[in-house]
Design a protein around this ligand. Structure first.
Ligand code: ADP
Ligand code: MG
Ligand code: ZN
Length: 474
């Protein structure tokens, strides 16, 4: 029996978050009524001339630099010709043999540790419009036609469906952190084509690949790739041969279907776009963009572990979104004990956080969280009471100390009051007390719990522990 090794290479299209389109001044805003954001240029009317959007170039260069690509000082736009209703010009402006950047990489957490996945190139292109199919008619919305995209072509370095999904997540996070893309798979602003082949384990040559088109969620990508690996393996083991083709994915049925046999580059009749001058990126511009790059998610995560003492787990969660990371860092700085802030943010705050693209709704401020934890530090309230206070300040601008004063909350650290409750609880549970004295120490938690319940969570837990141990003689 031959063992088969899967080989996967991803092509990602990411919409750049410019205000206007790539080659005209039309708005890129999502959700406008159909065909209200169009002009002679993006409609492909005769005589209209494209003018390159400088902001799109800046964002594309930002993307390439964040992926450690080399920027080429001289590149060119090309026409990719094909006929389709959502493509009014009959060609897409893209880059072909002279892209503006090449040879980068992305580091991901692979199944067997850190893996460096090659990036073949990042190039700029424009989006097509959208066909909308009704019951009896199909119509075309060209609002999206001409919206700037970067295409990020990955090397065939991925070896499993899981690894491919991980690469996509890491890539999405990088783009969101550098502010060039909103990472929204559902709205189609981050799209992926997956190329999949198999080869006998140990072989050097690549097998024939199948391209899976436009899959719109991380989960679907992983499922579709896994399914394709199994399909090819079964095919080859049954004596068949993989044919190069493009396939679509039916998520509902968990199966793929053939869309068309794969086009070759010559089918597109690429040639340099005569309407656009070559793109010249001088070194100063590139260095200026490089200098403006923020800390990337991976570096941030490493720093949270190294300098703040967070677990890699916590650092991963807290760097999942740039706004959440900034919020956490501010609270950690204000409070001074990052690990404690991390625990509280993860266990309480994140539950109430929603993110949409680059935006995040965080219903408390860093100051409120730091203030709340300071009240716990000072012994004014218990950790349990902190949760109650949090529930009261969430979604409001109230400061935790005001809520504590209003509720007359106080942590009971009065030893005699606590001792009284502890005595009562021990008397009420003689069986458990006996078992505990006989060595079943795990029962201490039960007694602490009972005391906390009696005091509505206001007792100082350390004190409760000490008193119970003394009373029970353990
Ligand atoms: P296109 O799909 O536009 O023709 P390429 O031929 O450059 O472009 O291939 C694009 C993608 O296909 C790249 O991400 C590359 O890693 C991947 N790829 C190429 N050959 C294989 C293969 N045999 N198996 C898996 N992926 C492959
Ligand atoms: Mg392709
Ligand atoms: Zn336009």
């Amino acid at each position: 029996m031959t063992a088969w090794e899967p080989v996967i290479g991803l092509e990602v299209h990411a919409q750049l978050l410019t205000r206007t389109k790539a080659f005209c001044g039309c708005s890129t805003a999502y959700g406008a009524p159909p065909n209200t954001q169009v002009c002679p240029v993006c409609l492909g009317l005769p005589g209209a001339l494209p003018v390159l959007n400088g902001e799109a170039v800046r964002m594309a260069v930002r993307t390439a630099l964040a992926l450690s690509c080399t920027i080429k000082p001289h590149s060119r736009f090309a026409r990719k010709n094909y006929f389709y209703p959502d493509l009014p010009k009959g060609y897409q402006i893209s880059q072909y043999d002279e892209p503006f950047s090449e040879r980068g990489h992305l580091v991901i957490e692979g199944e067997g540790g850190e893996r460096r996945i090659g990036i073949t190139r990042v190039h700029m292109e424009e989006d097509a419009g959208k066909n909308v199919h009704g019951a009896s008619v199909s119509v075309v919305d060209l609002n999206r036609a001409g919206v700037p995209l970067v295409e990020i072509v990955g090397e065939p370095d991925l070896r499993s469906a899981t690894e491919a999904a991980e690469y996509l997540r890491v890539l999405r996070d990088v783009l969101v952190f550098i502010g060039v893309n909103d990472g929204n798979l559902e709205e189609g602003s981050f799209r992926c084509d997956a190329n999949v082949s198999i080869r006998p384990a140990g072989a050097k040559e690549l097998g024939t690949r199948v391209e899976l088109k436009n899959i719109n969620s991380f989960r679907f990508v992983e499922r579709a790739i896994a399914h394709e690996i199994n399909r090819q393996t079964a095919l080859v083991e049954g004596g068949g041969r993989v044919v190069q083709e493009t396939r679509g994915w039916k998520e509902g049925e968990g199966t793929s279907y053939s869309l068309r046999s794969k086009e070759e580059a010559q089918d597109y009749r690429y040639f340099p776009d005569p309407d656009l001058p070559p793109l010249v990126l001088d070194a100063m511009f590139v260095e200026e963009v490089r200098a403006s790059l923020p800390e990337l998610p991976r570096d941030k995560r490493d720093r949270f572990v190294r300098e703040m003492g967070l677990t890699p787990q916590a650092a991963g969660v807290l760097t999942g979104h740039p706004r959440v990371a900034a919020f956490f860092e501010e609270a950690a700085t204000l409070h001074g004990q990052p690990a404690r802030v991390a625990n509280f943010v993860q266990s309480e705050v994140l539950r109430d956080v929603t993110t949409h693209g680059l935006a995040a709704t965080i219903p408390v401020t860093a100051r409120q969280v730091a203030g709340l934890l300071r009240l716990v530090d000072a012994g004014t309230i218990s950790g349990k009471q902190a949760k109650e206070v949090y529930a009261k300040i969430v979604g409001s601008d109230r400061m935790p100390e005001d809520v504590v004063a209003e509720l007359g909350m106080q942590q009971v650290s009065d030893a005699s009051a606590i001792e009284e409750v502890c005595r009562r609880v021990v008397e009420q549970n003689p069986k458990q007390a006996e078992q505990l004295r006989a060595g079943k120490t795990a029962l201490l938690g039960f007694f602490v719990g009972q005391v906390m319940k009696e005091t509505k969570g206001s007792a100082n837990p350390q004190l409760v522990n000490d008193v119970l141990r003394r009373l029970l003689g353990i």
